[in-house]
Write a protein that binds this ligand. Structure first.
Ligand SMILES: Cc1ncc(COP(=O)(O)O)c(C=O)c1O
Length: 286
């Protein structure tokens, strides 16, 4: 039986008059008929404006890991809001959350908060460039790191046939509007291609600031890293002074309590020990 979605469709048509495609992100646009307008959620379910109930496999693209309207989360949010909702200062909750994240995640020593994953990877890349005084970044085909111009190349939604050969992958902008000059800064390698990565790093390491990777490729069919893949990236980065950026926007706190990095704990441990001994120069530039 066809669903009655008359209110939902009317709202979507009105949304199209007010917002591009009628959505606040292109990823939310499904098509002219099925793009949902969701009025509420509870647990694993969401309801559209006509009261039709659906299982929500998206869960806000990941973060709602306890389900919608979890009573414990709601109570804590309401409690916090009663004391103000935005400050231009540090808040004690930031410390509490940072302490917990550092305790849970083996590769994390310090925390900088960001408003989105896009912002986080953009800043991580900038820090890597500043640290290494190099400009290029190696990313992997199919991995997605947000919508800024630096990394929106060769993701899973790049048009088929635009990625070149496996031996010499091309970096293809995902959309118009990304400057061609950006392409020169992105080197694409096929995920899990050990030989391709080693060859690329050997040839180009002097220009490479960072290798950025999804530890589980959640953005293309959740391809798992082959045994030794993340360890190889860690090793190549150590050998060539390249910053390894592990993008856990999808995997963090979902795959396991400490994210996907416990899987490569052994590869991370030597680095953490070295930094605990204070061997890195953290002094500010004067
Ligand atoms: C691995 C990964 N990195 C970064 C991002 C960008 O995050 P945001 O949508 O919060 O900007 C996403 C979003 O899906 C992601 O999956």
């Amino acid at each position: 039986m066809a669903l009655n979605q008359s209110k939902t469709q009317a709202a979507f048509h009105r949304a199209q008059e007010l917002m591009p495609y009628g959505v606040s992100s292109n990823f939310r646009y499904w098509d002219e008929v099925q793009t949902p307008v969701i009025a509420r959620g509870e647990g694993a379910y969401v309801w559209d404006m006509d009261g039709n109930r659906f299982i929500d496999y998206r869960l806000a693209f990941g973060p709602v890991i306890l389900g919608h309207a979890d009573k414990r989360v709601t109570a804590r949010v309401v409690e916090a809001l009663a004391n103000g909702n935005l400050f231009a200062h540090t808040h004690p909750l930031e410390l509490k959350v940072a302490e917990r994240m550092i305790r849970m995640c083996p590769g994390v020593e310090k925390v900088r908060y960001a408003n989105s994953g896009t912002e986080a990877t953009m800043h991580a890349l900038r820090v890597a460039r500043a640290h290494t005084n190099r400009e290029k970044v190696i990313k992997f085909e199919g991995n997605y790191h947000g919508f800024h111009d630096y990394l929106l190349f060769s993701t899973a939604s790049t048009p088929a046939g635009s990625l070149g050969s496996r031996r010499s992958p091309l970096s293809a902008q995902n959309t118009s509007g990304i400057p061609a000059a950006m392409r020169d800064l992105v080197i694409n390698v096929v995920y899990n291609n050990f030989e391709g990565l080693e060859r690329t790093v050997k040839a180009k390491w002097g220009e490479v600031a960072a290798i950025i990777v999804e530890p589980v490729a959640g953005n293309f069919a959740s391809v798992m890293p082959e045994k030794g893949w993340l360890e190889l990236i860690r090793k190549l980065c150590d050998e060539h002074g390249i910053v390894m950026i592990i993008d856990e926007v999808k995997t963090g706190f979902r795959i396991a309590k400490g994210g996907a990095t416990p899987e490569i704990r052994s590869a991370l441990r030597p680095w953490r020990k070295a930094s605990n001994r204070g061997s890195r120069d953290n002094s500010p530039r004067t």
